[in-house]
Design a protein around this ligand. Structure first.
Ligand code: PEP
Length: 247
């Protein structure tokens, strides 16, 4: 069975209710390709507001959560809380969580396990830093980040992997379609060897890193790029063109 194209927006720590209303307007105007699964990552405080206002074809996602359901973890939110407000997705292991907030691959994996157990769909982000790429360590880094997760989960049905080279996030430097495809295919080979052939075939691996309306069509042509995770451009009307990259 083919992998349904998936496009996520990551609003990061941007926007307010007025800004969300504007995004809702351009998403409603679309038109959005009905063959694409569309998800937007919303700041926690606006999750319920966004969920109640987004078109029914666009799902809301949290941008993070903790690894347990409740307790003395000031400032954190749990998958149970995300589920309680009717939201079905969470982004985990984003490079800003790993590199600004110091989250380890092990913590990210624990979060993935708990979010899946709670019934959420997970966008699991992985990706190498510039010095790691330049040192020829791209594969080692993304395999280690994927292994931390695969050591702890059995069922990949509700996981989307987002390959986001850190040097391409928010920098305007996009990986070339070939650079992205090379890593995606290596990841699929790794999954085949270390998880299973069916997971390797079915799991969606999306690319993130300065995706725009101008570069999305070329990236979308690659066989192993199953969609995008989009930061800056997801706040702008051009997000509609990115969703429609295959048209
Ligand atoms: C992201 O935040 O995941 C991202 C890829 O950002 P940008 O598209 O702005 O590079």
């Amino acid at each position: 069975m083919g992998r349904k194209f998936w496009v996520g927006g990551n609003w990061k720590m941007n926007g307010d209710k007025k800004g969300i209303n504007e995004i809702v307007k351009f998403l409603e105007a679309g038109p959005l390709d009905p063959n694409v699964e569309v998800v937007v990552g919303v700041p926690a405080i606006y999750l319920e507001y966004a969920k109640n206002n987004l078109p029914s074809t666009v799902a809301a996602s949290a941008q993070n959560c903790y690894k347990v359901s409740k307790g003395a973890f000031t400032g954190e939110i749990s998958p149970a809380m995300i589920t309680d407000v009717g939201v079905k997705w969470v982004i985990l292991g984003h490079s800003e969580r790993r590199h600004v907030f110091g989250e380890s691959s092990e913590l990210v994996a624990d979060k993935v396990v708990h979010a899946l157990e709670t019934g959420l769909n997970v966008v699991a982000c992985i990706g190498e830093k510039l010095d790691e790429r330049e040192a020829g360590k791209t594969e080692a880094v993304v395999f280690e980040q994927t292994k931390a997760i695969s050591d702890k989960i059995k069922d990949w049905t509700n996981v989307v992997i987002a390959y986001e080279p850190v040097w391409a996030i928010g920098t305007g430097k996009t990986a070339s379609p070939q650079q992205a495809q090379d890593v995606h295919i290596k990841l699929r080979e790794w999954l085949k060897k270390n998880v299973s052939e069916s997971v390797a075939k079915s799991v969606r691996i999306v690319y993130g890193g300065s995706v725009t309306a101008a570069n999305c069509k070329e990236l979308a042509k690659e066989a192993d790029i199953d969609g995008f995770l989009v930061g800056g451009a997801s706040l702008k009307p051009e997000f509609v063109q990115i969703v429609n990259a295959n048209q």
